[in-house]
Design a protein around this ligand. Sequence first.
Ligand SMILES: [Zn+2]
Length: 348
Amino acid sequence: MYHLVVTACLVTAPTVCADRLLPTPEPLAETDCTNGASARIAAWADLHPDLVIGSWTCRPTGNLPALDLAEIAPGVLAHAGQAQPLSAANGGDIANLGVVIGDTVAVIDPGGSRAIGERLYAAIRQITDQPISHVILTHMHPDHIFGAEVFSEAGATIIAHHNLPSALDRRAGTWAESIPRQTGALAMLGTRAIPPDITLAARQEITLGGATLRLDPVATAHTDNDLTVLHLESGTLFTGDLVFAGLTPSLDGSLTGWLAWLSQPPDPPPQRIVPGHGPVSLPWDQGTAPLRAYLAALADQTRAAIIAGEAMSEAATHVGTDQRGDWQGFDEINARNAIAAFKELEWE
Ligand SMILES: [Zn+2]
């Protein structure tokens, strides 16, 4: 199987260039890849006017750079992102990504950039030529979803919580500037946020043939558009950022809603969870305990500060700080969480 790879440079910074992979829904032989290249490049360039496309090649699957995927249950694979804040060193590869293989393939979170999505696509293609039928977005945050366009081009249907499109619209402008500032422009070259094809307001099951995924949109918790994915055959629950391990949890929805979600263990009890960040396979109790302790402390200390008559700016200097422990990126994220918690709880 062969893949079209183009060299693309930023219009605004012509020395910032990277290889971009243009996938297809069907596997291509080398001659098909070569013969169709010009038309495909022209169509892709129309959608990426911020890029200048240079040379191209058709490369075999084995020659593509690929993410590491670990099998955590039969037919269930995961990529471990680095459990750190975004940086130039990690290039946005900080979220855990999932792959479920049945007769077709589903991706749970396509990664934080076009480049990461391409490397995930390559990793899947190094395992199977089966069609990639679905991409499920666990929530709106860029480190989880900015690779979606790669899989849309590969023919997948993109599925998300019904609140995701409006939430993404509200943030898109901010993120277009802030993410490249953190990761570097090269890491985000060619990245374009795309809306989902289908949104869900209630549970839905997807059958891939030999694998069944149960998708559950969740009430506002980490964000207002969290969605969990349960692989029924193995009992593997992809929680997205409803569970953090290692990287400091970021509150972008509702603290009380998040604690409420954590207080009701999933039914049926999962065999393992794949959190949004941290180790890719954890038991429910062990995987959620540090998060639960942190969020409970955040709520308790915020309520105490409000009762003591503190201003928000004062509370933000100390609320949660005794929870630092081994959390990565703690000081900056916790300070933002303290403000979000204060705004939410001051009206209780
Ligand atoms: Zn998130």
